[in-house]
Design a binder for this molecule. Sequence first.
Ligand SMILES: [Zn+2]
Length: 191
Amino acid sequence: MKLCFGSLLLLFIVLSGCSNDQRSPLETSIYNSENDKIGTATFTERPEGVEVAVKVEGLEPGVHGIHIHEFPKCEAPDFKSAGNHFNPKSKDHGLMNADGAHAGDMANIEADPSGMVDTKLMLPEAKLKEAQTSLLRKEGTSIIITSGPDDGMTQPAGDSGERVACGKITIKADEDETSDPTEPDKKQKEE
Ligand SMILES: [Zn+2]
């Protein structure tokens, strides 16, 4: 019985070690084309995919496209460094496309009259843990907001205009924050 308990304890320690690399939830900062921080995106692993909680301000009021891109590089002002939409399964662009969608395609977001967005989106094909469709595979990926809405159909990016904001999605995205990595299951919401 003692031996059994000891084995269980060991297993618990091993499992804790595996899940303690801070992949979920993962908070990233989003910057505009002037390199000012305008908000955050928080990624959480769920059974049905990756949930993306977006909180930004300072956008033009109205509807904007939002997508995951293939490289974790946010070089202002045009953010072309982020590459194309995240597309590990080589599909076509667009949530309304029969041959789509990119794993990085999401529903549009709408900024209110003051330019704020506070919403949750889903990436049903994506993961945070190690996988072909992991947002954290290789060096990571990025999240980009565009000036106009994604029409869900037009190749390669839904005719959604200029890239106006960008955030890097990497396993060390929160490295510059003062959170204690040894504290388990910490709620990150402070508001
Ligand atoms: Zn796309």
